[in-house]
Design a protein around this ligand. Structure first.
Ligand code: ACO
Length: 321
């Protein structure tokens, strides 16, 4: 059977790291409050010249180097972002050009924090249907540019960054590597729980992020544990079979509560929220890259990816490394 197999991963962070203490100099908050409620200790914030596109390009270059492939071997780029460089063209096309590629399909996917799961699902479907052979799937964001820095209930939670995976179509055995199952969901009736109050067709301005934090928290734990159950069922596994969960890094308490609901030991979670904060669509591939490079994720491991974000949208993917 044909599966999408991960050949390599890469990530990129802005140069500037901002600690909770530094943030507390300009925002009415404290290191203690942020740590206790979220687990976050610092975040990276894009500076002049750093954009979603430049971070995505750097992450894609690192992933291609890790995979040992050149841009000539790539025939698809899918980039998940809610903070594109421009309203159009898609940031993916700018990344394609910056990587020296041309001719093949390149487009953005918008599902906010779940964007990387939606991008993986899209690329995996295109690979299995024969439309693409080798894809770069990227999650990249500069959320710092849509934050209301006067709103302490949201601005302390997010950071900027990018992560990328290279996927390749491979003929594999039943117990071989590759993406085994992906499930995606959306409930548009909850769009006012987490949204940006602007856009090209409404205000004509970019807008700022608005969130009802408690409601997001409640839905996140329920939806994430149920969608993880769905991909496990589809692929014929149980929670105890999972080697690593690479979750969306929204909040340490959401991670802990979801693991508890599934009966998964905390040690099986890859957690980077303390260092990166919530980087939206970038958080899953960023965490994946960290855990693969530090040797935690090994060939043959059973890995679950999951994320939930504005919309609400959510999804999970089960794969063998
Ligand atoms: N610093 C200090 N105090 C603060 C801050 C801050 N940054 N933010 C809020 N407070 C205060 C509030 O004003 C409130 O004060 P009051 O009691 O005097 O009115 C108090 O802290 C408690 O506020 P709550 O909003 O009730 O705090 P809560 O315990 O719910 O934590 C949080 C807030 C961290 C946002 C939580 O609801 C949460 O994690 N929600 C999930 C949201 C999330 O992770 N979103 C990410 C995007 S979506 C996603 O990625 C899944």
């Amino acid at each position: 059977m044909i599966r999408s197999v991960i050949l390599g991963s890469g990530s990129a962070l802005p140069k500037r790291c901002v600690s909770n203490d530094e943030l507390a100099q300009t925002v009415d908050t404290s290191d203690e409050w942020i740590r206790e409620r979220t687990g976050i200790t610092q975040r990276y914030i894009a500076g002049e010249g750093e954009t979603t596109g430049t971070l995505a390009t750097a992450a894609a270059q690192a992933a291609m180097a890790d995979a040992g492939v050149t841009i000539e071997q790539i025939d698809l780029i899918v980039l998940a972002t809610a903070t594109p460089d421009n309203t159009f063209p898609a940031t993916a096309t700018q990344v394609q050009s910056a990587l020296g590629g041309s001719g093949f399909a390149a487009f953005d996917v918008a599902a906010v924090c779940s964007g990387f799961l939606y991008a993986m699902g899209t690329a995996d479907s295109m690979i299995r249907s024969g439309m693409a052979k080798r894809a770069i799937v990227i999650g990249a964001e500069t959320f710092s540019r849509i934050l209301d820095w006067e709103d302490r209930t949201t601005c302390v939670l997010f950071g900027d960054g990018a992560g990328a995976l290279v996927l390749e179509a491979q003929e594999v055995a039943e117990d071989g590597p590759g993406v085994l199952a992906t499930r995606l969901h959306a409930e548009g009736e909850h769009c006012e729980m987490l949204y940006v109050d602007g856009g090209p067709s409404t205000t004509g301005e970019v807008g700022k992020l608005r969130m009802k934090g408690r409601e997001v928290f409640r839905h996140a734990v329920t939806n994430l544990s149920s969608v993880l159950g769905e991909v496990l069922d589809e692929a014929g596994y149980v929670p105890a079979d999972i080697d690593w969960v690479v979750p969306h890094q929204a909040n340490q308490r959401i991670l802990d509560a979801t693991a508890k609901k599934l009966g998964l030991p905390k040690e099986k979670l890859v957690v980077t929220v303390a260092q990166h904060a919530n980087t939206s669509a970038a958080s899953v591939p960023l965490a994946y890259d960290v855990a693969r490079k530090d040797g935690r994720i090994k060939k043959g491991d059973l890995i679950a990816l999951e994320a939930m974000g504005g919309g609400f949208t959510w999804g999970a993917s089960l794969l063998r490394a």
